[in-house]
Design a protein around this ligand. Structure first.
Ligand code: NDP
Length: 329
C-alpha cells in the first residue's frame, strides 16, 4: 500500500465558497473504519456531479473526497468478515458526503458497509452498474414486491438515457417487460431500443404540468426525474399499479394530487440506495450479476481515467452523459 495517494478534494473557505483540486493524501488522512480498501474502479453518479459542482449540498463535511461508490481490493482488515485480497463493492452509507469517498487511491470504511463483488464480475463491470444501476435494480425489486409482472402491462422509465434509466431498461427488458422509455434525447432512440426499450416517448410528454388523472398508459414506472414528470407518470398509471420514485434530475418537488392514489389505487414507492439494508443490497447485486446482459453493460458504459473525473462530473449535471461512466483507478 503506497504512503501517499492522489485524491480529488472538495474544500470550502471562510465564505463557504467551494473549490475542487487534486491533492496528495496519506493514510493518516483517512477516516475511521475497520477495513482499508485499494480502489480499483469507481464511477460518476448524478450525486457526484452535484457534489463536485456544488449545485446541491451533497457534501456535509469539509474537506471531502467525493465519490459515492467504488469496487476495490481489501488491503487491511480488522473486521472478521473481510481479509486482505477480498474483492468488495461499496455503495453509499455517506461516502463522498460525510465520509471520505471513492475518488482516491485508498479508502478506509466500516466493513459492515461492504458487499462482496459477485463471482465472475470485474471491478469495472460493477462500476458500469454503480450506484445508479444498483438503484435501478432496487426499483425493479420494489415493483416486483408490489406484484408488478410483465403480464400487467408496460413499465415507463423516465430519464431513460441516463444511468438509472439505461440500467433499468436493460433489467426490465431482460425480465420480459414492455418498456416505454421517456427521454429528452430522441437522438438516442437506437441506443435505447438496443438496451431493450419497446417504445420511446419524448420527455415533453411528461415534463409539463398535467391533469390529476389522465389516460391509463402503463402498469408501473421507474422515475429518476421527479417534479411534473413523476406527477404525470402517476396520473397515467393504470388501476392498482405502482411507481418507484428514485430521482430528482428534473426537480425535487412533486406537484401532484391524491387522485391516482384514492381513485386508482396507485402506489408510490420510495427508493433509497444510501442506507438500504445490507440484505437488500446483497440480493440486488446477486440479481444484477445473474440478470444483466454483459453485451448491454458494454453498450451502456464507457471508461475514463482519474484525470477526467471533474469534467465528467460537470457533464452529468448538464445532462450530457449517456448511460454510465466507469473510472479506472
Ligand atoms: P443521469 O444524469 O445519468 O440521468 C438523469 C437523466 O434524467 C438524464 O440523462 C436525462 O435523461 C434526464 N434529465 C436530466 N435533466 C432533466 C430535466 N430537467 N427534466 C427531465 N429529465 C431530465 O443521473 P443518474 O441516472 O445517475 O441519476 C438519476 C437520478 O436518480 C438523480 O436525480 C440521482 O440523484 C438519483 N439517484 C437516486 C438514488 C437513490 O438512492 N434514490 C441513487 C442513484 C441516483 P434523458 O436525456 O433520457 O431525458
Amino acid at each position: 500500500m503506497p504512503d501517499t495517494f492522489k485524491a480529488i478534494l472538495i474544500s470550502r473557505d471562510a465564505d463557504k465558497k467551494q473549490s475542487v483540486a487534486v491533492a496528495d493524501l496519506t493514510r493518516d488522512d483517512l477516516m475511521e473504519g475497520d477495513v482499508t480498501v485499494a480502489i480499483d474502479a469507481t464511477t460518476i453518479n448524478y450525486k457526484d456531479g452535484l457534489a463536485i459542482t456544488g449545485k446541491a449540498p451533497v457534501v456535509r463535511r469539509f474537506p471531502m473526497v467525493p465519490g459515492v461508490d467504488f469496487a476495490g481490493t481489501v488491503v487491511q482488515s480488522a473486521n472478521p468478515e473481510w481479509k486482505a485480497g477480498d474483492k468488495v463493492i461499496l455503495n453509499g452509507w455517506g461516502t463522498g458526503e460525510t465520509h471520505l469517498g471513492a475518488y482516491a487511491g485508498i479508502s478506509r470504511v466500516k466493513g459492515d458497509w461492504l458487499v462482496a463483488l459477485p463471482d465472475g464480475m470485474s471491478a469495472s463491470d460493477a462500476m458500469a452498474i454503480g450506484t445508479a444501476g444498483y438503484t435501478a435494480m432496487l426499483s425493479v425489486m420494489a415493483l416486483e414486491r408490489h406484484g408488478i409482472t410483465p403480464e400487467r402491462g408496460p413499465v415507463v422509465v423516465t430519464g431513460a438515457a441516463g444511468g438509472v434509466g439505461s440500467v433499468a431498461i436493460a433489467i426490465l427488458s431482460g425480465l420480459g417487460y414492455h418498456v416505454i422509455a421517456s427521454t429528452g434525447r430522441t437522438s438516442e432512440s437506437d441506443y435505447l431500443t438496443g438496451l431493450g426499450a419497446t417504445e420511446i416517448i419524448a420527455r415533453e410528454e411528461l415534463s409539463e404540468p398535467g391533469k390529476p388523472l389522465a389516460k391509463e398508459r402503463w402498469a408501473a414506472g421507474i422515475d429518476a426525474v421527479g417534479s411534473h414528470t413523476l406527477a404525470n407518470v402517476l396520473a397515467m398509471t393504470s388501476y392498482g399499479g405502482a411507481v418507484a420514485a428514485c430521482g430528482l434530475a428534473g426537480g425535487m418537488d412533486l406537484p401532484s394530487t391524491v387522485a391516482p392514489f384514492i381513485l386508482r389505487g396507485v402506489s408510490l414507492i420510495g427508493i433509497d440506495s444510501v442506507m438500504a439494508p445490507r440484505q437488500l443490497r446483497q440480493e440486488a447485486w446477486k440479481r444484477i450479476n445473474a440478470e444483466v446482459d454483459h453485451a448491454k453493460l458494454s453498450a451502456l458504459s464507457r471508461t475514463i481515467g482519474f484525470d477526467d473525473i471533474i469534467a465528467a462530473a460537470h457533464d452529468i449535471v448538464d445532462g450530457k452523459i449517456r448511460g454510465r461512466v466507469v473510472v479506472e483507478m
